[in-house]
Write a protein that binds this ligand. Structure first.
Ligand SMILES: *Cc1c(COP(=O)(O)O)cnc(C)c1O
Length: 392
């Protein structure tokens, strides 16, 4: 720009608009709230949605759009959109299709936040919620057949890694015209593509494996164009939009998604097999083990069994209190899906809101440990676990 402007003016305008994104080897972070036009007719056309372009970043933003395109392609979907967090993706999707008098069928083993939405919030809006025992197909199919508007699934589930047959339940839901949503956070599109199994919408907490580095939050949704568009229209008005900075972090993380997931799949299987054979461990929940109840369905619908597992110690909570703090290669923290291993007891993390009886009903023993395998060398992780078990 011309140097004839005053400093105050130059500070605002100099350099702006000079970012030539063409040829940039990575997507630039476009932290602009609004996008300017010199042609008023073009501005109007873009605003009306009749021409491609950007108006305001609560609606769409070039960096965020680049991330949406990544998940759209990875989930093999017609369209995709994004949210500030995974819970925003879930609540926006549910509230788009559920209004007073409508019904949602889901499972009992859900992510804690989703479970709270179903139990505490949706009923306040006179939405009928029916949560079935997770692998009770007779109960699920009967609930669906009575008529429902949304079937909401999560597989593998948190924290006991139960597996739900997406294809079978999608068929039942289609017969009554319900929208099928699947939370694919644990599997990621590397291991599982729910849309190819009959789901209409696939949701992600991008905070977990997609970002993969525990340093940005986001939510993503992909699926049928007409349905994604409806959720997008609700999100742009309620305002739970993803910003350019975390979108860049997530997109950057996703560039190594396949490398990370392949490593985590392989390490998790080795660790699960080791734990299964250990005399201080009572149960190991990992869908890659042949003894896992959902192993056959997992083999049918997943390409890999993921980096998440849980296991219980024979001596219960007192053993957990000795074991967990002695781990040197695990953050004892609530999240999952990072490059570093994370571990924690569901009684403190995902299921802290429930009573001991409610946890027992879901098959979550007090001595259960959820273990999110990182990308460290698996031999070091095995040695770390072995030392921890010796400490009990
Ligand atoms: C973490 C998580 C969520 C919620 O995502 P946030 O980004 O924390 O809002 C939803 N579903 C599953 C399975 C999760 O693990």
């Amino acid at each position: 720009m011309s140097t004839s402007y005053n400093k105050g003016t130059a500070a605002v305008w100099a350099g702006e608009g000079n970012v030539n994104t063409k040829g940039a080897a990575t997507t630039p972070i476009v932290n602009s709230v609004a996008f300017s036009y010199t042609d008023l007719d073009e501005w109007y056309d873009v605003s009306k949605g009749n021409k491609e372009g950007y108006i305001y970043s609560r609606n769409t933003n070039p960096t965020v759009a680049a991330l949406e395109e990544k998940i759209r392609v990875l989930e093999d979907a017609e369209a995709a959109t994004s949210f500030a967090t995974g819970m925003a993706a879930i609540s926006n999707s549910l509230f788009t299709f559920l209004t007073a008098g409508k019904k949602v069928v889901s499972i009992k083993d859900l992510y804690g936040g989703s479970s709270k939405l179903f139990l505490d919030f949706l009923p306040k809006y006179n939405i009928d919620v029916e949560l079935c025992d997770t692998t009770d197909y007779d109960a699920l199919e009967a609930a669906i057949a009575k008529g429902c508007d949304v079937l909401y699934l999560e597989t593998p589930t948190n924290p006991t890694l139960k597996i739900v047959d997406i294809e079978r339940l999608s068929k039942a839901a289609k017969a009554v015209g319900a929208v099928v949503m699947v939370d694919n956070t644990f599997a990621t599109p590397i291991n599982q593509n729910p849309l190819q199994l009959g789901a209409d919408l696939v949701l992600h907490s991008a905070t977990k494996f997609l970002n993969g580095h525990s340093d940005a939050m986001g939510g993503l949704l992909a699926g049928k164009k007409e349905l994604v568009q409806k959720v997008f229209q609700f999100r742009e008005i309620n305002g739970a939009s993803l910003q350019a900075d975390p979108a860049y972090m997530i997109a950057r993380g996703m560039k190594t998604l396949e490398l990370r997931i392949e490593r985590q799949n392989a390490s998790a299987l080795k660790i699960a097999q080791y734990l299964k054979a250990h005399n201080k461990v009572s149960d190991v929940f990992y869908p890659g083990l042949e003894t896992h109840k959902g192993h056959d369905i997992a083999k049918k619908q997943m390409r890999g069994f993921g980096g998440m597992m849980s296991f219980s110690l024979k001596d219960g909570w007192s053993a957990v209190k000795k074991f967990l703090p002695s781990l040197k290669l695990a953050h004892l923290a609530a999240s999952l899906g990072s490059v570093s291993t994370l571990a924690g007891p569901p009684r403190t993390t995902s299921h802290v809101e429930l009573t001991e009886e409610q946890r027992a009903h879901l098959g979550i023993p007090e001595g259960l440990i959820r273990y999110s395998v990182g990308i460290e060398n698996v031999n070091d992780l095995l040695n770390d676990i072995e030392a921890g078990l010796k400490n009990i």
